[in-house]
Design a protein around this ligand. Structure first.
Ligand SMILES: Nc1ncnc2c1ncn2[C@@H]1O[C@H](COP(=O)(O)OP(=O)(O)OP(=O)(O)O)[C@@H](O)[C@H]1O
Ligand SMILES: [Mg+2]
Length: 333
């Protein structure tokens, strides 16, 4: 649970506060001054390709990142189904009878004004909240009471609206933490460092490095997360989510705070992730980014789905325009 009181002005991350404690996070710096790096060793970039020559080859990197991509790339049928999901917090209806599918292999945009229920959607999909009514079906299986770590294992990964990284760990360690969700070794196996455990550790490091390279921050592998430039922290979060080998990757405002050039780079990365066989759900406020990268878009307003369709259809929809411009309904009729 969160250790800091909720600040209503800070946005609407409520449910996100469940993962980890704030003192692990980059956003709340609790390290005593004397432990802060002096800017020497920490800022040295590494050339991963010099250590692992195959990491210089983008095709091989992509292969390591998504080894079973052909299985995942069956585009079309629903991977996740939101079925009449209602989520109430006391008297507040954050999601009101929301139904939509995320199809395998697509990039689905989830948009809507502040407080529309977008992050709450993520939270019901990832098991942070159980819907008040309705259900979420993932890969043919109703999630029901499935626990969050089990949902991660089933194949849903996410990033957070406010960056959450282990700030004292290196970039590589942050990613390796993600791969742990997949490990099969028992606790005794880990304690006695069984052969299988050692092999898993080695695989996790290899995969971790490939993932850093994949998201474009391989050279940052040995730097502490707290010392990375903001944009690289966002990329690191994506790498860590991918490390759990998800089928569905949910990105909650990954471009927040980005300049136009960084947004273009992010678009390219999101496409690359999809082309590597993942399905992507993207929450984003920047319309140009959403319209430029998604295959379909779902629009929420006040917890209700008000539109769904191709980006061009949705952006021409009077209800959507009204929601964004705050125009009364009758003025757009
Ligand atoms: N745990 C909670 N307790 C009470 N209210 C909540 C909780 N989580 C979300 N809400 C409320 O539900 C509504 C939807 O919030 P949500 O965070 O899903 O919106 P959002 O679309 O992600 O908005 P933003 O664009 O600002 O991130 C808001 O009114 C919010 O205050
Ligand atoms: Mg949100």
């Amino acid at each position: 649970m969160s250790t800091t009181p909720h600040d209503p002005a800070a946005g609407s991350e409520h449910g996100d506060q469940h993962l980890g404690t704030d003192d692990e996070l980059i956003t709340s710096d609790t390290m005593p001054e004397q432990f802060l790096p002096d800017g020497g060793v920490e800022s040295v970039d590494v050339d991963l390709a010099a250590v692992h020559p195959e990491l210089a080859d983008a095709t091989q990197v992509a292969e390591i990142v998504a080894p079973d991509r052909t299985i995942r790339a069956k585009v079309g049928e629903p991977l996740l189904q939101m079925q009449q999901v209602t989520m109430k917090f006391g008297g507040l209806v954050a999601l009101d009878d929301v139904t939509f599918d995320i199809r395998r292999g697509e990039i689905l945009g989830l948009i809507g004004p502040n407080g529309a229920g977008k992050t709450t959607c993520f939270n019901t999909m990832t098991g942070v909240y159980r819907p008040t009514t309705g259900q979420v079906v993932f890969d043919g299986r109703p999630l029901g009471r499935t626990k969050r770590n089990e949902i991660t294992r089933l194949g849903i990964a996410r990033t957070f609206q406010n960056i959450r990284l282990f700030s004292d760990m290196t970039a590589l360690e942050n990613v390796v933490v993600g791969t742990d969700a997949r490990h099969r070794t028992s606790v005794p196996g880990a304690i006695f460092r069984s052969r299988r455990h050692r092999a898993e550790e080695r695989d996790a490091l290899d995969r971790g490095m490939a993932l850093l390279e994949f998201v474009g921050i391989g050279r940052r592998a040995t730097q502490q997360a707290r010392n990375l430039p903001y944009g690289d922290q966002r990329r690191l979060e994506i790498a860590r989510a991918l490390a759990t080998e998800p089928k569905l990757l949910c990105l909650d405002e990954p471009a927040a705070g980005f300049n136009p050039a960084e947004k273009e780079d992010l678009k390219a990365l999101i496409r690359k992730i999809r082309d590597d066989g993942y399905t992507v759900l993207l929450i984003e406020h920047d319309m140009r980014l959403v319209m430029g990268v998604t295959d379909r878009v779902v629009v929420l307003e006040f917890g209700r789905k008000i539109a769904e369709g191709l980006p061009a259809e949705v952006s021409a929809d009077p209800a959507v325009i009204a929601a964004y411009l705050g125009v009364p309904d009758d003025a757009t009729a």
